[in-house]
Design a protein around this ligand. Structure first.
Ligand SMILES: *Cc1c(COP(=O)(O)O)cnc(C)c1O
Length: 362
Protein backbone atom coordinates (compact mmCIF):
# COMPACT_ATOMS: atom_id res chain seq x y z
CA UNK A 1 0.00 0.00 0.00
CA UNK A 2 1.31 3.47 -0.88
CA UNK A 3 2.06 6.22 1.67
CA UNK A 4 -0.99 7.53 3.50
CA UNK A 5 -2.26 11.02 2.66
CA UNK A 6 -3.46 12.69 5.87
CA UNK A 7 -6.02 15.50 5.56
CA UNK A 8 -3.29 17.91 6.64
CA UNK A 9 -0.36 18.19 9.04
CA UNK A 10 -0.13 20.93 11.66
CA UNK A 11 3.58 20.58 12.41
CA UNK A 12 5.46 23.64 11.08
CA UNK A 13 7.20 22.91 7.78
CA UNK A 14 9.35 25.29 5.72
CA UNK A 15 8.80 28.00 8.37
CA UNK A 16 9.84 25.89 11.41
CA UNK A 17 13.23 27.55 12.02
CA UNK A 18 11.78 31.07 11.68
CA UNK A 19 8.96 30.22 14.08
CA UNK A 20 11.45 28.91 16.63
CA UNK A 21 13.42 32.18 16.34
CA UNK A 22 10.24 34.25 16.79
CA UNK A 23 9.28 32.30 19.92
CA UNK A 24 12.79 32.79 21.35
CA UNK A 25 12.58 36.53 20.63
CA UNK A 26 9.33 36.84 22.61
CA UNK A 27 10.70 34.83 25.53
CA UNK A 28 13.90 36.91 25.63
CA UNK A 29 11.84 40.12 25.70
CA UNK A 30 9.48 38.85 28.42
CA UNK A 31 6.44 40.83 27.16
CA UNK A 32 3.53 38.51 26.39
CA UNK A 33 0.28 40.51 26.37
CA UNK A 34 -0.50 43.68 24.36
CA UNK A 35 3.16 44.03 23.42
CA UNK A 36 5.15 45.05 20.34
CA UNK A 37 4.56 41.81 18.38
CA UNK A 38 0.79 42.31 18.53
CA UNK A 39 1.07 45.95 17.51
CA UNK A 40 3.30 45.05 14.56
CA UNK A 41 1.10 42.13 13.49
CA UNK A 42 -2.02 44.28 13.60
CA UNK A 43 -0.41 46.83 11.26
CA UNK A 44 0.90 44.13 8.93
CA UNK A 45 -2.36 42.17 8.83
CA UNK A 46 -4.42 45.30 8.19
CA UNK A 47 -2.13 46.21 5.28
CA UNK A 48 -2.22 42.70 3.80
CA UNK A 49 -6.02 42.65 4.09
CA UNK A 50 -6.66 46.03 2.50
CA UNK A 51 -7.98 47.66 5.70
CA UNK A 52 -6.69 50.55 7.80
CA UNK A 53 -7.11 48.87 11.22
CA UNK A 54 -6.76 45.36 12.62
CA UNK A 55 -7.55 44.43 16.21
CA UNK A 56 -6.16 41.14 17.53
CA UNK A 57 -8.40 39.03 19.78
CA UNK A 58 -8.33 35.57 21.30
CA UNK A 59 -10.38 33.66 18.69
CA UNK A 60 -12.39 34.12 15.50
CA UNK A 61 -15.54 33.54 17.53
CA UNK A 62 -14.65 36.44 19.83
CA UNK A 63 -13.86 38.55 16.75
CA UNK A 64 -17.46 38.14 15.54
CA UNK A 65 -19.13 38.49 18.95
CA UNK A 66 -17.13 41.55 19.96
CA UNK A 67 -17.70 43.28 16.62
CA UNK A 68 -21.47 42.83 16.91
CA UNK A 69 -21.38 44.22 20.44
CA UNK A 70 -19.15 47.14 19.40
CA UNK A 71 -21.71 47.98 16.70
CA UNK A 72 -24.48 48.08 19.30
CA UNK A 73 -26.09 44.78 18.30
CA UNK A 74 -27.43 42.76 21.22
CA UNK A 75 -30.60 41.52 22.93
CA UNK A 76 -33.70 42.02 20.78
CA UNK A 77 -31.71 42.18 17.55
CA UNK A 78 -31.81 39.54 14.82
CA UNK A 79 -28.77 38.78 12.70
CA UNK A 80 -29.30 36.87 9.45
CA UNK A 81 -26.61 34.26 8.80
CA UNK A 82 -25.78 31.01 7.04
CA UNK A 83 -26.99 27.58 8.22
CA UNK A 84 -23.82 26.01 6.77
CA UNK A 85 -20.67 27.05 8.63
CA UNK A 86 -18.69 26.27 11.74
CA UNK A 87 -21.36 26.56 14.44
CA UNK A 88 -19.25 29.32 16.00
CA UNK A 89 -20.66 31.81 13.47
CA UNK A 90 -24.09 31.51 15.10
CA UNK A 91 -22.76 30.97 18.63
CA UNK A 92 -20.94 34.32 18.33
CA UNK A 93 -24.25 36.03 17.50
CA UNK A 94 -25.72 34.43 20.63
CA UNK A 95 -22.69 35.50 22.70
CA UNK A 96 -23.49 39.10 21.73
CA UNK A 97 -27.01 38.51 23.08
CA UNK A 98 -28.64 38.70 19.65
CA UNK A 99 -30.68 36.02 17.84
CA UNK A 100 -29.37 34.21 14.76
CA UNK A 101 -31.86 33.84 11.89
CA UNK A 102 -30.93 31.37 9.18
CA UNK A 103 -31.49 32.01 5.48
CA UNK A 104 -30.90 29.08 3.14
CA UNK A 105 -28.01 28.71 0.69
CA UNK A 106 -27.35 29.50 -2.92
CA UNK A 107 -27.02 25.82 -3.97
CA UNK A 108 -24.01 26.48 -6.27
CA UNK A 109 -22.05 28.88 -4.15
CA UNK A 110 -22.93 27.28 -0.77
CA UNK A 111 -23.06 30.76 0.79
CA UNK A 112 -26.12 32.88 1.75
CA UNK A 113 -28.75 33.21 -0.99
CA UNK A 114 -29.43 36.98 -1.14
CA UNK A 115 -33.11 36.51 -2.08
CA UNK A 116 -33.66 34.28 0.95
CA UNK A 117 -31.83 36.77 3.15
CA UNK A 118 -34.18 39.52 2.05
CA UNK A 119 -37.21 37.28 2.67
CA UNK A 120 -36.10 36.64 6.25
CA UNK A 121 -35.81 40.30 7.26
CA UNK A 122 -38.15 41.45 10.08
CA UNK A 123 -38.46 44.78 11.95
CA UNK A 124 -35.94 43.37 14.47
CA UNK A 125 -33.24 42.54 11.90
CA UNK A 126 -30.18 44.70 12.46
CA UNK A 127 -27.36 42.96 10.59
CA UNK A 128 -26.30 40.31 8.11
CA UNK A 129 -23.39 37.97 8.91
CA UNK A 130 -22.33 36.39 5.60
CA UNK A 131 -19.81 33.54 5.81
CA UNK A 132 -17.17 33.28 3.06
CA UNK A 133 -17.37 29.52 3.34
CA UNK A 134 -14.52 27.24 2.24
CA UNK A 135 -12.67 30.39 1.09
CA UNK A 136 -15.29 31.36 -1.52
CA UNK A 137 -16.69 34.86 -1.01
CA UNK A 138 -20.43 35.29 -0.55
CA UNK A 139 -22.31 37.38 -3.14
CA UNK A 140 -21.39 40.67 -1.47
CA UNK A 141 -22.74 42.93 -4.22
CA UNK A 142 -26.26 41.55 -3.77
CA UNK A 143 -26.00 41.41 0.04
CA UNK A 144 -24.71 45.00 0.21
CA UNK A 145 -27.64 46.20 -1.90
CA UNK A 146 -30.08 44.46 0.47
CA UNK A 147 -28.31 45.92 3.51
CA UNK A 148 -28.57 49.42 2.05
CA UNK A 149 -32.24 48.96 1.15
CA UNK A 150 -33.16 47.81 4.66
CA UNK A 151 -30.66 49.89 6.63
CA UNK A 152 -28.75 46.87 7.98
CA UNK A 153 -25.13 46.46 9.02
CA UNK A 154 -22.90 43.78 7.53
CA UNK A 155 -20.22 41.95 9.51
CA UNK A 156 -18.26 39.47 7.38
CA UNK A 157 -17.25 36.09 8.77
CA UNK A 158 -13.96 35.79 6.89
CA UNK A 159 -12.55 33.09 9.20
CA UNK A 160 -11.97 30.79 6.18
CA UNK A 161 -11.11 33.49 3.66
CA UNK A 162 -7.78 35.24 4.39
CA UNK A 163 -6.76 37.29 1.31
CA UNK A 164 -9.93 36.36 -0.60
CA UNK A 165 -11.64 38.98 -2.76
CA UNK A 166 -15.34 39.33 -3.65
CA UNK A 167 -15.71 40.77 -7.16
CA UNK A 168 -12.20 42.17 -6.73
CA UNK A 169 -12.71 43.72 -3.27
CA UNK A 170 -10.88 42.29 -0.25
CA UNK A 171 -13.24 40.36 2.03
CA UNK A 172 -13.70 41.96 5.42
CA UNK A 173 -13.55 45.47 3.90
CA UNK A 174 -17.00 45.41 2.27
CA UNK A 175 -19.14 45.40 5.42
CA UNK A 176 -18.51 47.43 8.58
CA UNK A 177 -15.86 44.91 9.62
CA UNK A 178 -14.46 41.46 8.88
CA UNK A 179 -13.71 38.74 11.43
CA UNK A 180 -10.76 36.37 10.96
CA UNK A 181 -9.65 33.25 12.81
CA UNK A 182 -6.06 32.04 13.06
CA UNK A 183 -7.05 28.65 14.47
CA UNK A 184 -4.19 26.28 13.49
CA UNK A 185 -6.01 24.73 10.49
CA UNK A 186 -6.92 28.07 8.85
CA UNK A 187 -5.13 29.43 5.76
CA UNK A 188 -3.15 31.64 8.16
CA UNK A 189 -2.85 29.61 11.35
CA UNK A 190 -1.21 30.22 14.73
CA UNK A 191 0.11 27.50 17.05
CA UNK A 192 -2.90 28.00 19.29
CA UNK A 193 -6.05 30.12 19.31
CA UNK A 194 -6.05 33.60 17.80
CA UNK A 195 -8.30 35.94 15.82
CA UNK A 196 -8.61 39.49 14.51
CA UNK A 197 -11.09 42.04 13.25
CA UNK A 198 -10.33 44.36 10.34
CA UNK A 199 -12.14 47.62 9.72
CA UNK A 200 -11.58 51.01 8.20
CA UNK A 201 -13.70 52.69 10.89
CA UNK A 202 -11.30 54.23 13.43
CA UNK A 203 -13.88 54.62 16.19
CA UNK A 204 -15.04 51.00 15.78
CA UNK A 205 -11.41 49.85 16.05
CA UNK A 206 -10.94 51.91 19.19
CA UNK A 207 -14.08 50.49 20.80
CA UNK A 208 -12.91 46.96 19.94
CA UNK A 209 -9.51 47.59 21.54
CA UNK A 210 -11.32 48.63 24.68
CA UNK A 211 -13.84 45.77 24.69
CA UNK A 212 -11.17 43.08 24.23
CA UNK A 213 -9.32 44.40 27.29
CA UNK A 214 -12.03 44.39 29.95
CA UNK A 215 -13.51 47.66 28.76
CA UNK A 216 -10.53 49.57 30.15
CA UNK A 217 -9.78 53.07 28.97
CA UNK A 218 -6.69 53.40 31.09
CA UNK A 219 -5.23 50.79 33.40
CA UNK A 220 -7.71 49.73 36.13
CA UNK A 221 -10.41 52.05 34.76
CA UNK A 222 -13.15 49.85 33.33
CA UNK A 223 -15.37 52.30 31.49
CA UNK A 224 -17.72 49.61 30.16
CA UNK A 225 -18.41 45.89 30.38
CA UNK A 226 -15.63 44.40 28.29
CA UNK A 227 -14.23 40.89 28.09
CA UNK A 228 -10.74 39.44 28.25
CA UNK A 229 -9.82 38.24 24.77
CA UNK A 230 -6.45 39.33 23.44
CA UNK A 231 -4.19 37.90 20.77
CA UNK A 232 -1.03 37.21 22.76
CA UNK A 233 2.46 38.29 21.65
CA UNK A 234 3.71 34.72 21.19
CA UNK A 235 0.97 33.94 18.65
CA UNK A 236 1.36 37.37 17.05
CA UNK A 237 5.10 36.72 16.54
CA UNK A 238 4.33 33.34 14.95
CA UNK A 239 1.70 34.89 12.69
CA UNK A 240 4.22 37.56 11.62
CA UNK A 241 6.50 34.79 10.36
CA UNK A 242 3.67 33.27 8.34
CA UNK A 243 1.91 36.35 6.99
CA UNK A 244 4.58 37.13 4.34
CA UNK A 245 4.23 33.54 3.08
CA UNK A 246 0.42 33.65 2.88
CA UNK A 247 0.18 35.02 -0.67
CA UNK A 248 2.41 32.21 -1.97
CA UNK A 249 0.44 29.59 -0.04
CA UNK A 250 -2.78 31.00 -1.47
CA UNK A 251 -1.40 30.75 -5.00
CA UNK A 252 -0.52 27.12 -4.30
CA UNK A 253 -4.04 26.40 -2.96
CA UNK A 254 -5.54 27.87 -6.14
CA UNK A 255 -3.21 25.84 -8.36
CA UNK A 256 -4.19 22.64 -6.55
CA UNK A 257 -7.88 23.49 -6.90
CA UNK A 258 -7.43 24.03 -10.64
CA UNK A 259 -5.59 20.72 -10.87
CA UNK A 260 -8.40 18.91 -8.98
CA UNK A 261 -11.09 20.49 -11.18
CA UNK A 262 -9.35 19.27 -14.33
CA UNK A 263 -8.44 15.87 -12.93
CA UNK A 264 -11.96 15.27 -11.56
CA UNK A 265 -13.72 15.89 -14.88
CA UNK A 266 -15.99 12.91 -15.48
CA UNK A 267 -15.49 11.55 -11.95
CA UNK A 268 -18.56 10.12 -10.14
CA UNK A 269 -18.85 13.09 -7.75
CA UNK A 270 -20.08 16.70 -8.05
CA UNK A 271 -17.48 19.45 -7.78
CA UNK A 272 -19.05 22.76 -6.63
CA UNK A 273 -18.32 25.52 -9.17
CA UNK A 274 -15.95 28.42 -8.53
CA UNK A 275 -18.19 31.48 -8.60
CA UNK A 276 -15.52 34.10 -7.91
CA UNK A 277 -11.81 33.97 -8.87
CA UNK A 278 -11.10 35.54 -5.45
CA UNK A 279 -11.76 32.09 -3.88
CA UNK A 280 -8.83 31.07 -1.64
CA UNK A 281 -9.69 27.35 -1.22
CA UNK A 282 -9.55 26.91 2.53
CA UNK A 283 -11.27 23.61 1.73
CA UNK A 284 -12.11 21.61 -1.39
CA UNK A 285 -15.47 19.89 -0.81
CA UNK A 286 -17.00 17.57 -3.38
CA UNK A 287 -20.56 16.26 -3.16
CA UNK A 288 -21.76 12.69 -3.35
CA UNK A 289 -25.04 11.04 -2.38
CA UNK A 290 -23.05 7.98 -1.24
CA UNK A 291 -20.73 9.70 1.18
CA UNK A 292 -20.14 6.91 3.65
CA UNK A 293 -19.04 4.53 0.90
CA UNK A 294 -16.98 7.30 -0.71
CA UNK A 295 -15.06 8.02 2.49
CA UNK A 296 -14.50 4.31 3.10
CA UNK A 297 -13.24 3.86 -0.47
CA UNK A 298 -10.67 6.66 -0.05
CA UNK A 299 -9.73 5.48 3.44
CA UNK A 300 -8.93 2.05 1.99
CA UNK A 301 -6.40 3.80 -0.24
CA UNK A 302 -4.90 5.68 2.71
CA UNK A 303 -6.58 8.99 1.87
CA UNK A 304 -8.18 10.92 4.74
CA UNK A 305 -11.27 13.06 4.12
CA UNK A 306 -13.36 15.20 6.51
CA UNK A 307 -16.92 16.55 6.52
CA UNK A 308 -17.52 20.30 6.68
CA UNK A 309 -20.18 20.19 8.09
CA UNK A 310 -22.31 17.19 9.03
CA UNK A 311 -25.11 19.13 10.78
CA UNK A 312 -26.80 22.39 9.69
CA UNK A 313 -26.39 24.92 12.51
CA UNK A 314 -30.14 25.42 13.13
CA UNK A 315 -30.46 21.68 13.84
CA UNK A 316 -27.71 21.69 16.49
CA UNK A 317 -29.07 20.92 19.98
CA UNK A 318 -27.25 24.03 21.25
CA UNK A 319 -29.70 26.11 19.19
CA UNK A 320 -32.82 24.30 20.32
CA UNK A 321 -34.07 27.47 22.04
CA UNK A 322 -33.82 29.54 18.84
CA UNK A 323 -37.00 29.65 16.74
CA UNK A 324 -35.84 27.64 13.74
CA UNK A 325 -36.66 27.98 10.10
CA UNK A 326 -35.92 24.97 7.96
CA UNK A 327 -33.11 25.25 5.43
CA UNK A 328 -33.67 22.27 3.12
CA UNK A 329 -30.78 23.10 0.80
CA UNK A 330 -28.32 23.27 3.70
CA UNK A 331 -29.75 20.04 5.10
CA UNK A 332 -29.10 18.25 1.81
CA UNK A 333 -25.61 19.74 1.44
CA UNK A 334 -24.72 18.53 4.94
CA UNK A 335 -25.62 14.99 3.85
CA UNK A 336 -23.42 15.14 0.74
CA UNK A 337 -20.28 17.28 1.25
CA UNK A 338 -16.89 15.69 1.73
CA UNK A 339 -13.60 17.64 1.79
CA UNK A 340 -10.57 16.29 -0.08
CA UNK A 341 -7.09 17.12 1.26
CA UNK A 342 -5.93 20.54 0.00
CA UNK A 343 -3.13 22.50 1.67
CA UNK A 344 0.02 24.23 0.42
CA UNK A 345 2.29 21.26 1.19
CA UNK A 346 0.16 18.78 -0.83
CA UNK A 347 2.15 17.68 -3.89
CA UNK A 348 0.86 17.44 -7.46
CA UNK A 349 1.52 13.70 -7.30
CA UNK A 350 -0.65 13.39 -4.17
CA UNK A 351 -3.45 15.42 -5.75
CA UNK A 352 -3.29 13.23 -8.87
CA UNK A 353 -3.39 10.09 -6.75
CA UNK A 354 -6.42 11.39 -4.85
CA UNK A 355 -8.19 12.31 -8.10
CA UNK A 356 -7.46 8.86 -9.52
CA UNK A 357 -8.89 7.28 -6.38
CA UNK A 358 -12.05 9.40 -6.75
CA UNK A 359 -12.44 8.20 -10.38
CA UNK A 360 -12.11 4.61 -9.19
CA UNK A 361 -15.10 5.04 -6.82
CA UNK A 362 -17.60 2.69 -8.44
C1 LIG B 1 -12.97 28.74 12.45
C2 LIG B 1 -14.22 29.48 12.19
C3 LIG B 1 -14.84 30.26 13.17
C4 LIG B 1 -14.37 30.30 14.60
O1 LIG B 1 -13.03 30.67 14.74
P1 LIG B 1 -12.28 30.25 16.10
O2 LIG B 1 -10.95 30.94 16.00
O3 LIG B 1 -12.15 28.77 16.10
O4 LIG B 1 -13.10 30.77 17.23
C5 LIG B 1 -15.97 30.98 12.83
N1 LIG B 1 -16.49 30.92 11.58
C6 LIG B 1 -15.93 30.16 10.62
C7 LIG B 1 -16.53 30.15 9.27
C8 LIG B 1 -14.79 29.40 10.90
O5 LIG B 1 -14.26 28.62 9.95
Amino acid sequence: MSTPVPFMSLAPGEDAADIRAAIDRVIARGWYILGPELEAFEAEFAAASGATHAVGVGTGTDAIALTLRALGIGPGDEVVTSPLSAAYSALAIMMAGATPVFADLDPDRLTLDPARVEASITPRTSAILPVHLYGQPADMAALSAIATRHNLLIVEDACQAHLATAAGRPVGTIGSAGAFSFYPTKNLGALGDAGAIITSDASLAERLRRLRNGGQTTRYHHAEFGVNTRLDDMQAAILRVRLPRLAGWTTRRRALATRYREALRGAPVTVPPERDPGHVYHLFPIRTTRRQAFQAHLRNQGIETLIHYPIPIPLQPALAGIPGSRCPIAEQVCEEVCSLPLHPALTDAEADRIAAAVHAFG
